[in-house]
Ligand binder design. Structure first.
Ligand code: CA
Length: 405
């Protein structure tokens, strides 16, 4: 038997929308217990949940929901192993429907090999979560996917038309203009002063080449992975990081990943059917990725120097303040110890009058006091040495600042 009694599609749990419309999540899962657990978890978080237990009913229901903008799910949680089809097929179907193509899809699956995650990525998924999942991790990934989905939707509405027209125009580019785009990018990259500008400029050049690409920068300032539509999904981020460790040019499924230094470029539509153009493009893209990685390394070094200069400036300020405090205390102590010695001598002189000591005894006490006074002075002189070394340290610190801020 292919279907169990649970393959009938469930009715939506929220029929009347709340005053503030809840975020809608569509679950496709054939296991009744798991499906009900997921529903409970998500409803507790305030999401409006709809569910389907197999591929056919999911596709049917999604087609109905797609027709009404306010009913469309904002995220789909998709099981891979369904009784009638693989979840990947549903995901591909969503990506091809212009009304649902920006809805993030998260796969939930017991299969966790690189090939499985790759299949999910190629089908267009945002993320891939292994079963058994941890509730907190699932909710956190749902939150990230929803934010990415919104961001892509907004970006799509703004520039979707422009991108489409541009992509179509540039797909027919000749090899001369192809290398032109690459060189133009390289030339411009030297003037770019930050990572984001570099990433955007590279993305622009890739779009001009008609390529559907994502760029990952793993710089000292953090990892950033974007494509023309905005931030990339967690699944893609993880896959690029994995493939970057495997070599400079790695083909995985339909994707080719170019990695140099701390930069990776993932292209999803290499013209593999056109051997000549594909080969030429591989060379050009490798050249471009290597050049951009070198620029990124230079930007990282400059940033690191600025950080070091800032740290050093802070250190100088702290040392100067410490020195001021030490100096103040030292002067006070000098004054105080001189004062103590003076009063000691006065008290002893007064005591000599009433004690009736012999001249010899008075002389011995006076020598002891003078000796102690000399020790005090020696200690003070050592203090002056400390002060001098601290001033030298401060001078050295100030001189070693690589950049003026
Ligand atoms: Ca299943």
């Amino acid at each position: 038997m292919l279907f169990d009694e649970d393959t009938i599609i469930a009715m939506p749990s929220v029929s009347v929308p709340d005053a503030v419309a809840a975020t809608r999540i569509f679950i496709v899962e054939d296991q009744p217990t798991l499906r009900s657990n997921l529903r409970q978890l998500l409803e507790l978080e305030g999401y409006a949940v709809e569910e389907a237990a197999d591929g056919a009913s999911a596709l049917h229901r999604l087609a109905v929901l797609a027709a009404e903008a306010e009913l469309r799910p904002q995220l789909v949680l998709l099981d891979v192993g369904l009784p009638d089809m693989e979840g990947y097929a549903i995901c591909r179907h969503l990506r091809q429907d212009s009304r649902l193509q920006h809805v993030p899809v998260i796969f939930l699956s017991g299969r966790v090999e690189l090939e499985d995650r790759m299949a999910g990525y190629e089908a267009g998924a945002e993320d891939y979560i292994a079963k058994p999942y941890i509730n907190a991790e699932l909710l956190s990934k749902i939150g990230v996917a929803l934010r990415n989905g919104q961001s892509r939707q907004a970006s799509h509405e703004l520039q979707g038309q422009v991108n489409h027209a541009m992509q179509a125009a540039f797909t027919a580019m000749t090899s001369a203009s192809e290398i032109g785009v690459v060189l133009q990018f390289m030339k411009g990259s030297f003037a770019l002063q930050d990572n984001t500008a570099l990433q955007q400029s590279m993305l622009q050049a890739l779009q001009e080449l008609g390529l559907d690409a994502s760029i990952q920068l793993r710089s000292l300032r953090g990892v950033s992975t974007i494509n023309a539509e905005g931030p990339c999904g967690q699944l893609e981020i993880g896959l690029i990081e994995t493939l970057a460790r495997r070599g400079h040019i790695v083909d995985a499924g339909r994707v080719t990943v170019f990695s140099y230094g701390q930069l990776s470029l993932a292209v999803k539509n290499m013209p593999r059917e056109d051997e000549e153009r594909n080969g030429r493009l591989r060379d050009n893209l490798a050249f471009m990725a290597e050049g951009a990685a070198a620029r990124l390394a230079a930007l990282d070094t400059a940033w690191q120097q600025r950080q070091q200069a800032a740290t050093l400036a802070e250190l100088v300020a702290c040392t100067r303040e410490a020195l001021r405090v030490v100096d103040e205390r030292f002067r006070y102590q000098q004054w105080a110890s001189g004062d103590i010695m003076l009063r000691l001598r006065e008290s002893i002189d007064r005591a000599f009058v009433s004690l009736g000591l012999t001249e010899g005894q008075e002389g011995m006490i006076a020598r002891l006091v003078t000796g102690a006074g000399e020790e005090f002075t020696q200690l003070s002189e050592q203090g002056v040495d400390v002060e001098a070394s601290m001033k030298a340290l401060l001078k050295a610190l100030e001189a070693s600042q690589p950049l003026k801020l």
